[in-house]
Design a protein around this ligand. Structure first.
Ligand SMILES: NC(=O)c1ccc[n+]([C@@H]2O[C@H](COP(=O)([O-])OP(=O)(O)OC[C@H]3O[C@@H](n4cnc5c(N)ncnc54)[C@H](O)[C@@H]3O)[C@@H](O)[C@H]2O)c1
Length: 255
C-alpha cells in the first residue's frame, strides 16, 4: 500500500459510489485515513456496514447510504443528503460499476441496460446533482473509466461502451467548465483484483487470442494502486490536472 498522507483531506467531504467493495472501498478507507469526511454510497448494505465499522474504528468520519445509482432520483437524493449532513461537497468519486462478458449476440437486454444504467447513467446524473455544490468550493470529480474505454475489447463490447462514455463525460465536462475552478478527471484502471474481477466469467467458446491484449503481461494491480492515485488527483496535489484520462494499467494500453 502506498504511504498515507495524513491530513491531506482535512475539512474536505468526498461522496464515493461503489464504496462497499474493491476500488471504492480502498478509496474510502484512504480518504478517511487522510482526513476526509466520507459519504459512501452503494447497493451493498452489509459491505457498507463493514466499511463504516472499519473507518469508525480508525477514528475516521463516514456516513453511508444504501441506494442504487442506476436510479436518477437516488443520485440527486444521495448528493442532497451528503450536503445536508456534511454541509459541503468537495470531491465526487464515480466509482461504482458492473461488468459482464458475453459473445456479442448473447448479451441479454437486461444485462446491457444494467451496465448502461450503473456505469453511465449514474455518473451522469451524479455529476448533474453534484456540480452546483462542487462549484462553490472549487471541488473536483474523478470518474473511474477503464482500459476497456480506451481500446477494443472482445466479448465485453457493452462494458467498453459504458467506459468510453465515461471518458467522454470527463472530457466534455472538463471543456464545459474550463472557465471555472472545477476539475474533472478520469482514472482508467487495468486489471485490479476486486469482487468485479473475481466474479468475471469467461464465456464458453471464446478465442483466447482475442482476450490476451486486455489481459496483459504483468498480472493484476491492487485496489490501493487506484485509491492512491485517486487521492493524489482529488487533492491539491492534482491541482494541475483537468480533463486528464489517467491510465493505471500495468501497460495494458501501451501497444
Ligand atoms: N477491477 C478491475 O479490474 C477494473 C478495471 C477497470 C475499471 N474498473 C472499474 O472500477 C470500478 C470499481 O470496480 P471494482 O473492480 O472495485 O468492483 P467491485 O465489484 O469490487 O465494486 C463495485 C461496487 O459497486 C457497487 N455497485 C454495483 N451496482 C451499484 C449500483 N447500482 N449502485 C451503487 N453501487 C453499485 C457494488 O455493490 C460494489 O460494491 C468500476 O467502475 C469498474 O468498472 C475495475
Amino acid at each position: 500500500m502506498a504511504e498515507l498522507v495524513p491530513g491531506r483531506f482535512t475539512n474536505k467531504v468526498a461522496l464515493l459510489t461503489g464504496a462497499a467493495s474493491g476500488i471504492g472501498r480502498a478509496t474510502a478507507l484512504r480518504l478517511a485515513a487522510e482526513g476526509a469526511k466520507v459519504f459512501a454510497v452503494d447497493v451493498d448494505a452489509a459491505g457498507l456496514a463493514t466499511l463504516q465499522d472499519e473507518v469508525s474504528a480508525a477514528s475516521g468520519t463516514i456516513i453511508t447510504r444504501t441506494g442504487s445509482i442506476a436510479d436518477h432520483d437516488e443520485c440527486f437524493a444521495a448528493v442532497e443528503q451528503c450536503v445536508a449532513d456534511f454541509e459541503q461537497l468537495d470531491v465526487l468519486g464515480n466509482i461504482a460499476g458492473v461488468s459482464r462478458a458475453e459473445h456479442f449476440p448473447e448479451l441479454s437486454e437486461e444485462h446491457y441496460r444494467r451496465m448502461m444504467a450503473v456505469n453511465t447513467d449514474g455518473p451522469y446524473f451524479l455529476c448533474q446533482a453534484a456540480i452546483p455544490h462542487l462549484l462553490k468550493v472549487d471541488g473536483n470529480i474523478i470518474n473511474i473509466a477503464s482500459n476497456a474505454g480506451l481500446m477494443g475489447t472482445a466479448y465485453t463490447v457493452a462494458y467498453a461502451m459504458t467506459k468510453g462514455a465515461i471518458v467522454q463525460l470527463t472530457k466534455g465536462l472538463a471543456m464545459e467548465y474550463a472557465k471555472t475552478k472545477l476539475r474533472v478527471n478520469a482514472i482508467a484502471p487495468g486489471g485490479i483484483t476486486t469482487g468485479l474481477t473475481n466474479a468475471f466469467h469467461i464465456p464458453e467458446g471464446v478465442d483466447l487470442d482475442l482476450m490476451i491484449p486486455y489481459m496483459g503481461f504483468r498480472g493484476m494491480g491492487d485496489p490501493d494502486d487506484i485509491a492512491s492515485l485517486f487521492a493524489f488527483v482529488a487533492s491539491n496535489d492534482g491541482k494541475n490536472m483537468h480533463g486528464s484520462i489517467l491510465s493505471s494499467d500495468l501497460g495494458l494500453t501501451v501497444g
